[in-house]
Design a protein around this ligand. Structure first.
Ligand code: ADP
Ligand code: ADP
Length: 229
């Protein structure tokens, strides 16, 4: 069982004597392999929730279970290993390293890691999957926005994570390019390569997920499960 379960998660940011409750008593069960969207207005806690799912941030209280493990009790090294095995991230800004080629960017998560596969072959394989094998020697500046996001997706997938976490991945792209990127996420999910957790404020995209989580003011206001077609 590789589900992710949030139990009574709070996240409080403290500064200048002010407390902001970014998340309030979040309870949520995400099933392995699901395609989940998280939607809500700006400031509703979507990015905070995604950061905590991805172990980039820690809750102020409550418990998260990954299968039967809690990250709570792990050391920083164990968390880094856990993230490597389980989590790939993509963002609205693609965050590619400008001095590295597409191939080097995709290989970068593997630097210093022991893996059972050939790193370069694996990186080329994922680049091929996102349709950019022929651009592997290009620098990010030589690629369009949609191509850069696809390189970022390849980089997020190169280490075979169980979940791909995407924070407004189409927010910087025009509608058609965004659609291509969204369809890529859908096909990765359908072919059972990874679960997807998509943060968006686009209700049309959010409605296409299998599970739609709606947030407001740090709380989950609804969870909708769509019947598979
Ligand atoms: P969303 O992604 O839905 O726009 P966020 O998760 O970014 O929402 O933010 C939720 C709330 O938490 C907001 O009020 C935001 O200002 C606050 N917040 C988020 N990150 C921090 C931080 N690092 N320090 C202080 N407040 C934060
Ligand atoms: P987006 O919604 O595009 O992800 P956000 O505005 O939610 O962007 O946040 C971007 C980053 O800034 C996040 O890492 C978040 O934690 C941080 N952040 C958001 N609000 C605040 C805040 N009030 N104070 C400090 N950091 C914040």
């Amino acid at each position: 069982n590789k589900s992710i379960e949030f139990r009574d998660i709070d996240k409080v940011f403290k500064g200048d004597g002010i407390e902001t409750y970014a998340l309030k008593k979040i309870n949520l069960l995400l099933n392995e392999g699901d395609f989940v969207s998280i939607i809500g207005p700006s400031g509703s806690g979507k990015s905070t929730l995604l950061s905590i799912i991805g172990t980039l941030d820690v809750p102020s209280s409550g418990e998260i279970l990954y299968g039967d493990k809690t990250v709570h009790q792990m050391s920083n090294n164990e968390i880094a290993d856990f993230r490597f095995e389980n989590i790939g991230f993509i963002f609205q800004q693609f965050h590619l390293i400008p001095t590295m080629t597409a191939l080097e960017n995709v290989m970068s998560p593997l630097f210093g890691r022991k893996v059972t596969y050939n790193k370069k072959e694996r990186a080329i394989q994922v680049l091929e999957q996102v349709g950019l094998k022929d651009k592997m020697n290009s620098l990010p500046s030589q690629l369009s926005g949609g191509q850069q996001q696809r390189v970022a997706i390849a980089r997020a997938l190169v280490h075979k994570p169980k979940w791909l976490l995407a924070d407004e991945p189409t927010g910087n792209l025009d509608t058609d390019t965004g659609e291509t990127v969204y369809e890529l996420l859908t096909s990765l999910n359908k072919s059972k390569q990874c679960g997807v957790i998509l943060v968006t404020h686009d209700s049309i995209l959010a409605d296409r997920a299998n599970t739609k989580v709606e947030m407001r003011d740090g709380e989950i206001v609804s969870v909708c499960q769509r019947q598979p077609v």
